[in-house]
Design a protein around this ligand. Structure first.
Ligand code: F6P
Length: 521
């Protein structure tokens, strides 16, 4: 990449000029002129089909977007990430989630440890533990205690693969809101409950507080090993009282929000079986291979990333919606929300300089058709334009075929309506011009392999965008600050202390809490 700031480079300037030309271009007109457009702007990788023809783009747009990708050395940066370079610059770490699915040079060592050996050894450990737990009839319920990446990935995957579940129930406790663990434990029995304490750091406030409650609840029956830990802080897990063979290791090169492929995925393996977990890894590996080997103009993560750049940076659209037409993907929008917004919600570049362009959009979403009856009105006629990703499955995992056809039809109908708008004559309130962009990701079936491809597609898309914006997608310093401040405020409230070193708004709120508590104690 040239040393010029991003907004000064030729690719960026070209796109700014090109955007002016595209402002009044209608997608439906482009389809009329070129019926081959849909074919041209679609890609397929095994059971995953991406249609990106309903975007305000021409061939020239795509060429220019890919020129920008080249200006930003996307291929070089991709290869650096995949080969274990320290792409997480502020923490001086690689980001090797791809290695967790076996996509790694067999000779790569980090801190004198061979990465592939570590991955394979951990997989064996996951296999053994998941088989043991699944066949242990004493355990009817598994409770994963973890938050952020130690929760959203495994939870959304377990929900997505519900149709492949075994006999045990799975629960996820994440929140420091005591009602979360209280409600969860209400229906369970200590004797038949197994806890997985998932925390890379084994210091996270929410997780440790909930794990302590679980430990007290289990009491002396823990002799039967009711606790598993997944962590990079093995000594803390031992101190907590977990035996060595029940501690699954993580490493610092595994980012929290990229960790479901690691031992953090144990709940998935227990819930659905180790073979299903392996299929998930295989699907992701397939997308890794596609990402590494495919020229940029046919590369799905790159195409999706550059479309996002087009809207975020040149059209100034600040929101991106994700609508999976599959009830079992109801946690997927929340998962992508963390992946995208914790990775790319940054306003400083890799060198710590403030940047002048937009980065991560606000990501939100809900399953279709529920979302249609909630916020889609705004997507169709609102004053903001919000590009949408529709995710749908050709085959159902149930036998209600008409239901499924209706579900699928609704997904297609919504993207059509967003594009074409409505031209009902003489009824002004029913008239809207459409031209609202969307992608459709059609998968053959909701299974572990396809889901693995889908998750890796989003991971790589977000990585590419981070490269364009020249930010570090693998740290989260903003989150760290809040954690520190919360600790101080807890001390003040718990000990009824007077506060000096804080702003008057926070002081006022704390006073209000203390006054109420003192009056009611
Ligand atoms: O939300 C911040 C964060 O650091 C995430 O990145 C991480 O996944 C989560 O907290 C939980 O951290 P840990 O796994 O160390 O408990």
């Amino acid at each position: 990449m040239s040393n010029k700031p991003l907004t000064e480079c030729k690719g960026w300037k070209d796109l700014e000029n090109h955007h002016k030309k595209m402002e009044n271009v209608y997608m439906r007109d482009m389809f009329t002129k070129n019926p081959a457009r849909a074919k041209h702007f679609s890609l397929k990788l095994d059971g995953l089909f991406l249609d990106y023809s309903k975007h305000i783009i021409t061939e020239e747009t795509m060429e220019k977007l890919l020129c920008l990708a080249n200006d930003c050395d996307i291929e070089k940066k991709r290869d650096e990430m995949l080969s274990g370079a320290h792409v997480n610059t502020s923490e001086n770490q690689p980001a090797l989630h791809t290695a967790l699915r076996g996509f790694v040079d067999k000779d790569l060592n980090i801190d004198n440890e061979n990465i592939l050996d570590f991955v394979n050894k951990t997989l064996k450990h996951i296999e053994k533990l998941s088989n043991d737990i699944r066949s242990n009839e004493n355990f009817t319920d598994i409770v994963n205690i973890g938050i952020g990446g130690s929760y959203l990935g495994p939870h959304s995957v377990c929900e997505a693969l519900k149709d492949y579940a075994g006999n045990q129930n799975i629960h996820f406790v994440s929140n420091i809101d005591g009602s979360h663990i209280t409600q969860t434990l209400k229906s369970l029995k200590p004797k038949s409950t197994l806890f997985i304490v998932s925390s890379k750091s084994f210091t996270t406030l929410e997780t440790m507080a909930n794990a302590k409650i679980a430990k007290d609840w289990i009491g002396s029956i823990n002799e039967n090993n009711h606790f598993i830990a997944i962590t990079a802080n093995e000594s803390a897990a031992r101190e907590f009282g977990i035996k060595d063979s029940y501690i699954l290791p993580m490493r610092n090169w595994i980012g929290g929000r990229y960790s479901l492929w690691s031992a953090i995925g144990l709940p998935i393996a227990i819930y659905t079986g180790f073979d299903v977990f392996k299929d998930l890894l295989a699907g992701a590996r397939n997308m890794d291979k596609h990402f590494q080997e495919t020229p940029l103009d046919k590369n799905m993560p790159v195409i999706m990333a550059m479309l996002g750049i087009w809207y975020r940076n040149f059209w100034n659209y600040n929101t991106h919606a994700i609508s999976p037409y599959a009830q079992n993907l109801h946690k997927f929008p929340a998962y992508v929300q963390q992946l995208d917004m914790e990775s790319n919600g940054k306003n400083i570049d890799k060198k710590g300089h403030e940047i002048s362009y937009n980065t991560s959009p606000v990501v939100f979403g809900e399953t279709g058709t529920n979302a249609q009856h909630a916020f889609f009105q705004m997507l169709h006629q609102g004053s903001d334009i919000i590009p949408v990703d529709f995710i749908a499955f050709i085959n159902a995992n149930h036998t209600l075929n008409t239901h499924h056809t209706q579900l699928l039809s609704n997904a297609l109908a919504q993207s059509q309506a967003l594009m074409n708008g409505s031209t009902v004559k003489n009824e002004m309130h029913r008239k809207f011009k459409g031209n609202r962009p969307s992608s459709t990701i059609l998968l053959n079936k909701l299974d572990a392999y396809n889901l693995g491809m889908l998750l890796a597609l989003y991971e790589h898309k977000i990585f590419v965008q981070g490269c364009i914006w020249n930010i570090n997608s693998f740290d989260q310093w903003g989150v760290e600050l809040g954690k520190e401040l919360a600790k101080n405020i807890t001390n003040i409230i718990e000990n009824n202390e007077t506060i000096q070193e804080t702003d008057s708004s926070t002081q006022n709120l704390i006073h209000h809490i203390q006054a109420y508590k003192n009056k009611n104690s």
